[in-house]
Write a protein of this length. Structure first.
Length: 202
């Protein structure tokens, strides 16, 4: 699941801004809610989400599009929000980690299968990379709902984690795929990839 093509096209769109223009009204749908704000034309989507909309679940790490911590979904596709100008995504739909769960009639939020899998598999430690991991995996499973262990590894290959060693995150990808098919699937006694790891396939 790469974001380079989307990043390039939106970056080109940013270069088409009116000469001398410094501010622009951005209107978009964020986590299913219409949002509007006037922002500096060079304000990144990451900063727009965090500072203008107070959605601080999106983390900013390297600010060069390398670490993946700032990944959000743009019309369902994972993109690096630190590389996009907010003005270029006006009219689009953005999903952040705050929007992955399902709002219930009583006002509570039911966690998504990917979020539940992270809990089940203990797939986070410091949590800094987690928002980007969750959005990336959500998009990856939408494209490939039945990944192999190696495909799970490939799915998160663009996101960096300094803590976990990735093994539990890979197991969480496979667990999330299982939960998407069967929400009542029991938690296995051992890791999904134990056998493959022993064979050197992961």
């Amino acid at each position: 699941m790469g974001s380079n093509g989307m990043t390039t096209s939106l970056g080109q769109a940013a270069q088409q801004a009116v000469p001398g223009e410094t501010r622009r009204v951005v209107e978009l749908t964020v986590n299913g809610v219409h949002r509007s704000a006037e922002v500096d034309v060079r304000r990144t989507l990451a900063d727009f989400l965090r500072h203008d909309l107070a959605l601080t679940g999106t983390h900013v790490g390297c600010e060069h599009g390398v670490c993946g911590a700032c990944t959000v979904l743009l019309d369902g596709l994972p993109v690096r929000s630190c590389l996009l100008f907010a003005a270029t995504v006006s009219g689009h739909a953005i999903t952040t980690i705050e929007g992955l769960g399902e709002l219930q009639p009583d006002g509570t939020t039911k966690v998504s299968p990917v979020q539940r899998a992270f809990r089940d598999c203990h797939a986070l430690q410091c949590g800094f990379c987690t928002p980007g991991m969750l959005t990336t995996i959500t998009a990856g499973l939408a494209e490939n709902p039945h990944p192999t262990p190696q495909q799970a590894v490939d799915m998160i290959s663009g996101n960096l984690c300094r803590c976990t060693g990735y093994q539990n995150i890979v197991e969480a990808v496979l667990r999330a795929a299982e939960l998407m098919e069967n929400p009542d699937a029991p938690l296995p006694d051992e890791g999904f990839t134990a056998d493959e790891h022993a064979k050197g396939d992961v």
